[in-house]
Design a protein around this ligand. Structure first.
Ligand code: SF4
Length: 234
């Protein structure tokens, strides 16, 4: 049996993995389009249970009609439902946007607050959404533990935790704070393109050398290459 990995070795391995991911995916970023913190908050809420691509398609119409919290808080429900309709769960999503906007108007002068403690008090906003907004609209480092991030952090042997907040803290301890936001993008990017929940493309994985789960998916390079989702194939 190999010796258990020391905490220092784990930090080194995790950071090396992130450096290779940074070289592999220099274009990694938030895949939701937005122009200001309000837009990012809204599109992140809308991205639940759907794809970023679908949300990006709805965005121009949505913000042309309701560019800020006051106008969205006063929106006609039926019209808003119609706009977010293509995203599924349109009634619940419309309700979330109306409540969220009304809360911003009532408690924050219509602006998105730049602090985690305030963001998580907004209706329908959890830590994941709050960290997306902090990291991408306010440049405050944040770790976004979505389904991809959690799966990859465990596969890479960075943590065994399953609770998203515990994953956030465990992984945060391995990296300098300034790297948290980009680390989140890179891990999620890798999860969407190669390290799929079902059949990860292990044989075409640039970080296989540092991954204890190598072999969870096909290791044959040709088979694995077919599993990689390129921009054209996504
Ligand atoms: S080796 Fe396989 S399991 Fe490990 S990160 Fe790469 S694709 Fe994922």
């Amino acid at each position: 049996m190999p010796d258990p990995e020391t905490p220092t070795a784990l930090v080194r391995r995790a950071r090396k993995t992130d450096r290779v991911l940074a070289e592999t995916y220099p274009e990694a970023r938030c895949e939701l389009d937005f122009e200001d913190p309000f837009q990012l908050l809204v599109v992140t809420v809308l991205s639940a249970q759907t794809t970023d691509r679908r949300v990006n398609a709805v965005r121009p119409t949505l913000f042309a009609a309701y560019p800020d919290a006051p106008s969205m808080a006063a929106a006609d429900r039926a019209r808003l439902e119609e706009i977010v309709g293509p995203l599924g769960f349109f009634r619940a999503k419309t309700e979330s946007l109306l409540k969220l906007s009304a809360h911003l108007v009532e408690h924050h002068d219509g602006q998105v607050p730049p602090r985690l403690v305030d963001l998580v008090k907004l209706p329908g906003v959890g830590r994941k959404t709050a960290n997306v907004v902090l990291g991408n609209a306010f440049d405050v480092p944040g770790i976004t533990v979505d389904t991809h991030f959690g799966r990859l952090a465990r596969r890479l042997g960075w943590t065994e935790e399953t609770d998203p907040v515990k994953v956030e803290h465990a992984v945060g301890a391995l990296f300098p704070k300034k790297d948290w936001t980009m680390l989140s993008h890179r891990l999620i990017w890798h999860g969407r393109r190669r390290c799929h929940a079902q059949r990860p493309a292990c044989g075409a994985c640039p970080v296989a050398r540092w991954c204890p789960s190598y072999g969870e998916g096909p290791t044959d390079p040709e088979t694995a290459a077919k599993l990689v989702k390129t921009e054209a194939r996504r």
